[in-house]
Design a binder for this molecule. Structure first.
Ligand SMILES: *[C@@H]1O[C@H](CO)[C@@H](O)[C@H](O)[C@H]1NC(C)=O
Ligand SMILES: *[C@@H]1O[C@H](CO)[C@@H](O)[C@H](O)[C@H]1NC(C)=O
Ligand SMILES: *[C@@H]1O[C@H](CO)[C@@H](O)[C@H](O)[C@H]1NC(C)=O
Ligand SMILES: *[C@@H]1O[C@H](CO)[C@@H](O)[C@H](O)[C@H]1NC(C)=O
Ligand SMILES: *[C@@H]1O[C@H](CO)[C@@H](O)[C@H](O)[C@H]1NC(C)=O
Ligand SMILES: *[C@@H]1O[C@H](CO)[C@@H](O)[C@H](O)[C@H]1NC(C)=O
Length: 385
């Protein structure tokens, strides 16, 4: 698409040039797309696109009081109609497990009971000055006298095999928490750390606000040694920090995982790149161990997310599926095989080359119908004239 270079600095048309240069590919409905091509050094084709938008849910926004009782918090209901709806729960499962099983064992160095609660995931009004959304999704963790209340949601799809996921998010609050977005494959033997497959974006609130940590787990061995090749401590570029809104992107590709912030690559790790079908998880937590540190009683921290977007493939053989999860997996499988049956990818779409968040554009295919072509024709006509 080299058409902008056709322009010479001619005075007559220079005022028209910005119009032509600003052209983006045509915005299309996902049903027009056979596949999605991502950009950057980890560019790849994917079959499916999903966008979860938390920016405009004013009627659902309400900060729930923290529940002080551990059992009650674990059993709490979702905090809004949206988080109870199929639109949400067909894709994400709010967690309510706790770490009592591993406390005081040599599996972790946790010192505090941590209880995941659906009550800590909620829609909240954006009260920023010059707010760039009406609302966002908050994932809260807070330290109470007897335990750390925390939260996690996991993808219902457990057989992603390669994906590019992005969240527009920030982390705020007290030291002693970790907020994270990661792929995860449960080892067959839950206690065998060497078998974990996991690519992480983690923000430690005890770290300086410009540090983020990227890891292909395990980053420690059963001997407790750090595995240096597995992890990168990255300074966020351009003087920004994790308290600012930014697009955090993680691409899990064959043989490597690559991380971006606001479109710029910041890390890539081949070592221990996950190989097998995995799920996707978001959480906000602390357990008083050496990784999160201790949060002071009465303090809290949050991961706040305006939107989550992903393009992905799944494998044809979903495993570890249960109940309606199986139903969803079947739908996803059908979506994918429908696309594969159509043969090669004719309409190639993008979630990178676009003007407006959440839209999909058509990079190639059905060429004469794209706005790009019309703009090219228009620009060429103007140029000739
Ligand atoms: C996309 O197309 C499908 C099928 O034609 C339709 O059901 C859906 O409403 C469309 N979505 C948008 C955002 O236009
Ligand atoms: C991907 O494309 C977008 C839109 O042109 C750009 O802002 C972003 O920097 C690109 N990212 C990479 C990694 O090339
Ligand atoms: C995703 O699936 C499509 C269709 O099978 C394939 O062409 C593409 O290479 C896959 N992407 C990755 C990253 O494996
Ligand atoms: C923690 O999990 C255990 C095992 O699932 C369960 O028996 C216990 O009731 C849970 N405790 C809390 C506070 O949720
Ligand atoms: C990352 O680097 C920063 C700056 O050097 C340091 O303060 C921080 O503790 C490091 N974080 C980790 C997890 O190593
Ligand atoms: C957290 O607090 C507990 C209890 O006060 C203490 O035993 C532990 O060493 C602390 N952990 C860290 C990482 O500071």
């Amino acid at each position: 698409m080299g058409y902008p270079t056709l322009f010479r600095p001619l005075v007559v048309i220079s005022s028209l040039a910005p119009l032509c240069m600003a052209a983006y590919p045509e915005v299309v409905n996902d049903s027009r797309c056979d596949c999605y091509l991502t950009n950057g050094s980890s560019e790849n084709y994917f079959t499916t696109h999903k966008f979860f938008d938390f920016r405009n849910k004013v009627d659902q926004a309400k900060v729930p009081d923290i529940i002080g009782d551990a059992d009650e918090s674990s059993q709490a209901d979702p905090t809004s109609d949206y988080l109870s709806s199929d639109e949400w729960s067909d894709y994400w499962g709010l967690q309510s497990w706790n770490n009592s099983g591993s406390l005081n064992t040599d599996v972790t160095d946790a010192t505090v009971l941590m209880v995941h609660s659906p009550n800590n995931v909620y829609l909240e009004k954006n009260q920023d000055e010059n707010a760039n959304s009406k609302t966002y999704l908050t994932m809260r963790t807070a330290r109470l006298d007897d335990f750390q209340t925390s939260c996690e949601f996991e993808s219902i799809i457990q057989n992603y095999q390669y994906l590019s996921v992005r969240m527009y998010a920030r982390t705020v609050g007290a030291p002693g928490a970790v907020t994270a977005m990661f792929t995860y494959r449960m080892p067959d033997d839950a206690d065998d750390v060497a078998e974990v497959q996991e690519s992480d974006l983690e923000i430690r609130t005890l770290d300086p606000p410009d540090s983020v940590q990227y890891t292909n787990q395990p980053s420690y061995t059963s001997m407790g040694l750090d595995v240096q090749d597995a992890t990168r401590n990255v300074t966020i570029p351009e003087g920004r920090d994790w308290t600012n809104w930014a697009v955090y992107r993680m691409d899990w590709s064959p043989g490597k995982t690559t991380w971006y912030i606001d479109g710029g690559e910041v890390a890539s790790i081949s070592f221990q790149a996950p190989r097998d079908p995995s799920m996707l998880i978001f959480n906000s937590w602390s357990d008083g161990g050496s990784w999160t540190g201790n949060m002071s009683v009465g303090s809290e921290a949050s991961l706040q997310i305006q939107w989550i977007e992903l393009v992905y493939n799944t494998t044809g053989t979903p495993d570890k599926q249960t109940g309606n999860h199986r139903h969803m997996a079947a739908i996803h499988e059908r979506e994918e095989s429908d696309k594969r049956e159509e043969g090669s990818c004719y309409n190639v779409c993008s979630i990178d080359q676009r003007e407006e968040t959440g839209t999909t554009t058509l990079l190639q295919g059905s060429a004469p119908r794209t706005i790009v072509s019309w703009v090219v024709v228009l620009c060429l006509a103007l140029f000739a004239w």
